[in-house]
Design a protein around this ligand. Structure first.
Ligand code: SF4
Ligand code: SF4
Length: 396
């Protein structure tokens, strides 16, 4: 995308009253929920310091961890794959999915990074986003505008209009529970009819091959539990050495994502199995018979070598920084690409390799540092953006 187009999108967003309305509601609620959560569990702040050490060490040994986790998953009778590029990941997934399948999908920024849903649809599959926000985005033919709340820029009035069009029934915007119930109704049978469920993961324990998936809606539980095949696509930066490390990362992630405690944390280490009949281990009881886990590199191991920009890999995707960013507050994810804000600029430069987008975003960042203050990993976005500008000017 050329700079002029990006600037126009950004300016249009900044003058869009509906975006401003939706974001001001979300920011208010995020701040109050997070303050309550941190007040109730004050140990989280110290725990975040410990998690930063865990992440820094894990990023330095990502290659070792990906080998270790692959072995663990295979020992658990799952299949593990290492995709060095986005194209490799799509090819692996094509080999597993084929065509003509019904797929239910949980929210995944890594899936977004490689254009997974669009790709699967092009291959002749029917794909349903099952996270409510993603479902809204899919039906609006829009794109996510926040890491955790992809439809953050869509006010309830627009959701009511969309769902009224889909169902042919008049739905009032003020009855949010009715809107949620409508999505539940529309998606309910898809979970049980689906051939494949696709998810990401928030953190993965290398020693046991355990994927942690944090959520509130229950869609991930269903999407990864009901279909006969579960495919997980996960960025290599999500790996940490031990189960105990992963629990710590998970707690800090959800607390800064404004949950006192989330409704669900699913831990998946292998396909469903039982030994209840004569102690004979048999795979495929009530859950999926197959588990396929794809770890995506796509520039992450290179990024890990950069002394300043490597911090981008510490990100827990809690989304907290975005609620503090003055540019995001008026433009939503238009100040973004696959990831948002100043961190998104680093991602565009080093992972998805869109230098034009990276440059535009790096210069949109005000380098004010408000995001760093909120960030549990103390990611220094202003310094990263200044370094990125230098690299882009030098053409490095
Ligand atoms: S430093 Fe950049 S990304 Fe961070 S809050 Fe300021 S403008 Fe937003
Ligand atoms: S940069 Fe920090 S605050 Fe922002 S999503 Fe990542 S971990 Fe959370």
């Amino acid at each position: 995308m050329v700079f002029g187009e990006y600037k126009k999108e950004l300016m249009d967003a900044a003058h869009n009253e509906r975006i401003r309305l939706a974001l001001s509601r979300a920011i208010k609620s995020y701040r109050s929920n997070t303050n309550t959560a941190l007040k109730k569990f004050p140990h989280t702040i110290k725990l975040a310091e410990e998690v930063l050490e865990i992440k820094a060490k894990a990023i330095a040994e990502m290659e070792k961890l990906v080998q270790q986790v692959s072995q663990a998953i295979e020992e658990n009778k799952g299949k593990a794959y290492i995709a060095r590029t986005a194209k490799d990941a799509l090819e692996i997934i094509d080999g597993l999915v084929g065509t003509g399948k019904l797929i239910v999908k949980g929210k995944s920024m890594t899936g977004e990074e490689i254009g997974l849903r669009e790709h699967l649809e092009e291959k002749g599959n029917e794909v349903y986003e099952t996270d409510l926000g993603e479902f809204i985005i899919q039906k609006l033919h829009s794109r996510p505008m926040h890491i955790l709340s992809p439809s953050i820029h869509v006010p309830k009035e627009d959701v009511a209009k969309l769902f009224s069009e889909i169902t042919g029934k008049e739905l009032p915007p003020d009855d949010i529970s009715k809107l949620v119930a409508t999505a539940r109704e529309l998606l309910r049978d898809k979970f049980f009819k689906a051939d494949i469920g696709i998810s990401g993961a928030n953190v993965v324990a290398a020693e046991t091959g355990t994927l942690f998936m944090i959520e509130n809606e229950g869609n991930i539980r269903l999407a990864t539990g009901a279909p006969p095949v579960h495919i997980a696509l996960i960025g290599m930066e999500k790996l940490v050495p031990t189960l105990s490390d992963a629990f710590k990362v998970a707690e800090v992630t959800w607390r800064y994502a404004n949950y006192t405690v989330p409704s669900y944390v699913s831990l998946v280490s292998g396909p469903s199995k039982t030994g209840d009949i004569e102690k004979v281990t048999t795979y495929g009881a009530h859950g999926p018979k197959e588990l396929h886990v794809i770890f995506l590199d796509a520039g992450r191991t290179e990024l890990a070598k950069h002394p300043v920009l490597r911090q981008a890999l510490y990100c827990l995707r809690c989304g907290g920084c975005l609620y503090e960013c003055p540019v995001f507050a008026v433009t939503a994810g238009y100040f973004g690409d696959k990831l948002f804000g100043g961190l998104g600029a680093v991602w565009a430069a080093m992972v998805t390799k869109d230098r034009q987008k990276a440059a535009a975003m790096a210069y949109t960042c005000l380098t004010c540092g408000r995001c760093k203050v909120r960030c549990p990993m103390k990611i220094d976005v202003p310094t990263m953006c200044v370094e990125l500008r230098r690299l882009l000017v030098e053409g490095a």
